[in-house]
Design a protein around this ligand. Structure first.
Ligand SMILES: *[C@@H]1O[C@H](CO)[C@@H](O)[C@H](O)[C@H]1NC(C)=O
Ligand SMILES: *[C@@H]1O[C@H](CO)[C@@H](O)[C@H](O)[C@H]1NC(C)=O
Ligand SMILES: *[C@@H]1O[C@H](CO)[C@@H](O)[C@H](O)[C@H]1NC(C)=O
Ligand SMILES: CC(=O)N[C@H]1CO[C@H](CO)[C@@H](O)[C@@H]1O
Length: 141
């Protein structure tokens, strides 16, 4: 659990930075964002604009799942993936608020029973926010 907490703390901290516009307006790759996340620590889960799934939801490999955002924002694009576990699983313009994909085997939670789902939102390729949800991903039923 400690790692997951650390990472979420890092994300919350990171988001507070982007919100405060202290992150320079530069183009960051998912890898660079991940590096930022693990070098900075802070204090809470931050689902941001993700309204579904909720934190601590349980997913199974092979399950069709939806990630739903609070609002459609045609000027933003999103990339959805599991931190340190998968490549991009779904994404595109937020002209749609729901993104569907199939849970891949790489997303299965380790001994600490948590996987961190991230949604990186960009506007004109510039980072807007990183929304994060902690999930438990189990092998196929
Ligand atoms: C699981 O948690 C323990 C103790 O909090 C930590 O030492 C370990 O690195 C974590 N392992 C993983 C795979 O996250
Ligand atoms: C995902 O959402 C779409 C509508 O946006 C719906 O048709 C579909 O059944 C949903 N899938 C799941 C697994 O909830
Ligand atoms: C990333 O995953 C590898 C194993 O795939 C693990 O050894 C490493 O600790 C993970 N790093 C973080 C920051 O979770
Ligand atoms: C890589 C990175 O952005 N690190 C930041 C972590 O937070 C400190 C402030 O506590 C910043 O100074 C670093 O730039």
């Amino acid at each position: 659990m400690r790692l997951a907490i650390l990472v979420t703390l890092a994300i919350a901290f990171f988001c507070s930075f982007t919100n405060a516009l202290l992150i320079p307006r530069q183009v960051l790759t998912n890898q660079e964002i991940t590096n930022l996340l693990i070098t900075n620590q802070s204090v809470s889960e931050n689902p941001g604009d993700i309204i579904s799934p909720p934190n601590y939801d349980v997913w199974y490999v092979g399950q069709h799942v939806n990630v739903t955002f609070r609002q459609e924002d045609p000027s933003e694009t999103v990339s959805i993936f599991f931190f340190n576990q998968t490549g991009t699983l779904a994404g595109g313009p937020l002209t749609q608020s729901t993104f569907e994909f199939v849970v891949p085997p790489e997303a299965v939670s380790g001994q600490n029973k948590s996987s961190l789902l991230l949604a990186v939102r960009r506007k004109n390729r510039y980072l807007q926010a990183v929304d994060a949800v902690i999930l438990e991903v189990l092998p196929a039923k």
